[in-house]
Design a protein around this ligand. Sequence first.
Ligand code: ATP
Ligand code: MG
Length: 747
Amino acid sequence: MQADLDSGRHTGVITRFPPEPNGYLHIGHAKSICINFGLAAQFGGRCHMRFDDTNPAKEDDEYVQSILNDVRWLGFSWGEHLYNASDYFEACYDLAVKLIRAGKAYVDSQTDAEIRETRGTVTEAGVNSPFRDRSAEENLDLFARMRAGEFADGAHVLRGKGDMSAANMKLRDPLLFRIRHAHHHRTGDAWCIYPMYDYAHPISDALEHITHSICTLEFENNRDIYDWVIDNCDLPSKPKQYEFARLNMSYVVVSKRKLLRLVKEGHVRGWDDPRMPTLAGQRRRGVTPEAIRLFCERIGVAKANSLVDLALYEGAIRDDLNGRAPRGMAVLRPLRVVIENWPEGQREALEAPLWPPEIAHEGSRTLSFSREIWIDRDDFMEDPPRKFFRLSPGAEVRLRYGYIIRCVGVEKDDAGTIIGLRCTYDPTSRGGNALDGRKVQGTIQWVSVDDAHEVEVRIYDRLFNHERPDAGEEDFLTHVNPNALTVVRAMVEPMLGNANAGERYQFEREGYFFVDLLDSKPGAPVYNRTVALKDSWAKQTAVAPAASAAPTATVRQERPEPVRAPENRARTPAATAAFDRYVLLGLSGPDAAVLADDEALGALFDEARHGFEDAKAVANLVMNDVAALRKVHGFRAAGREIGRVAQLLDVGHITSRTAKDLLMVLATEGGDAAAIVKARGWAVVNDRGAVEAAARTVLADHPTEVAAFCAGKASLLGFFVGKVMKATGGKAQPQVVQEIVRSMLDA
Ligand code: ATP
Ligand code: MG
């Protein structure tokens, strides 16, 4: 894209995202959306939203609405550029008529089977259709009658005259139009012939002046037809097709056809089931659009197909939620503990922060400690292995924010099932450390029985228990993980029991949870586990609820070697962390990469943000101006001053021209941005009167140019604006100058 702009082949970038409305968007589409909308934004262009609705049979308006909603949710906007391939059916038809007239297309009356058989193979050339040499008149007549509905499906097709011996089989007389007596969700019954994707797509692109038509690798062979259509049809622009690798992820299926089967055959509750890799499903599960964009930045773009480890996706989700989900305590598999030496009826308020110290958010809530508490069944073992640092008979454990307790007894029912524990607490250990300083290794979460809320928690796991569910001969549905959803009744602290739909929390030691938007009621939240804190797959038995913990029922699976996508950039952990942080601040992937890979520049950016918090505005100056200045002059002023410059620009106090001069002074002499602007009189001339006076003088001084402008030479506007800008010492706002000059000239 940069090369095309540099060479002048294009003056701007226009891309498009062209889904077929035959299903919901999935995580693979997110990659395509981020690429198309992301690149357009990066190059100051735009991205069109276009439905590829050339196949009437499978399309539906429900899908159209869900797709629009999902793209918006991901954070992208197509502005007014919402189109449909069906908007161009008439254009496709007219262009086909021209192709026929030019002898470049013909109506073929062979059957589907004959067409297939005469196409040849990779090693053998095809055979020309006996109808290939029909006259233009006959072709025009038949094509018109195809449109008029005189023929049954399959009776005729329109084919382009390619080359039946072309090495690329796609070029062997490609199909352009076929007969389909089917109702279309937008055009209704207006058409009974429909253009093929390979024909309609380049035409749609060209009519919309798309510059870069980006698609997935399986369309590489179709590029020749793409170019054939562009070269042979009478079109207003010449777009080019570029391919990139599809996203394939371990343990996930990304194909709308297969996702439809999961829905239709009842393996999930719908397209938005949180087990589904659809954007609707992931949203319902609690994944944020930022997490998905972060993931797409991390996997990058490449031309080699690869399998991305699901762990990479889950890592992005955790990194995103870490900073936005307050911490709370929940006990998913409750076991009652009585603290024998705690007085009956006594309660003690404990202050607990909502955030760990490394996250710069404030806030806390009050927990109440009492004689009876819930702890997690899995945090107790009657017969523990070595190095089990939680509770067991005679052993001690720390209750988070509370006291150290020791297990002194185990209660069982007649069947021998543990139904409760007897413990004592150490009164000197409030807040977690005993007075005598003895070491207690483990810390566990707990909830007071007194004020616990019982809530429904849906624990989601991978939908498939096979790394590549659809790679083998067998039906991919045989690999559906029957334990992908487990519902438990959990005991949670009051804050979590009173949570509202749409809120996110980290349940300490468990994972990130989202209050379901559909099934929650006031006072009765239903939680979805968005992602566990650690990759639980390797030790799945540890997270299975007690009820289903029978060893036979759980899938035990070795964690596969992570398959690194080749496009993963090689970075040190510190640089990777920096990169992620920058992306989460809203910077584009390439910008984040520049700052992450240049440690000194990254540090300067971090400092600059102390002067102004708008990350994009600051990054813009740091990368475009400061990076170059620094190489030649170093940078003498404090990094914070760069932020101040960004802020002065943002509020319109200085022009971008002045910003450059100001940065130069800051780099070479140091000092304070605002003071320099003041001392040198660099503030923008906001005074319209001054600009008008300057404009009046300029117009009076150039009567010939004014006359030429009035005679229609509109391009002179720039000339006047330039003169007025100069007269104000470059301190006026160009937009204001332009507006004033234009209104004076019009008058
Ligand atoms: P599916 O196989 O899921 O039906 P598709 O390619 O038929 O996918 P479209 O609706 O035609 O789905 O896709 C819209 C755009 O999204 C296309 O440009 C397509 O290349 C892209 N896309 C689809 N799946 C992926 C994926 N897994 N990774 C990256 N891009 C994808
Ligand atoms: Mg498709």
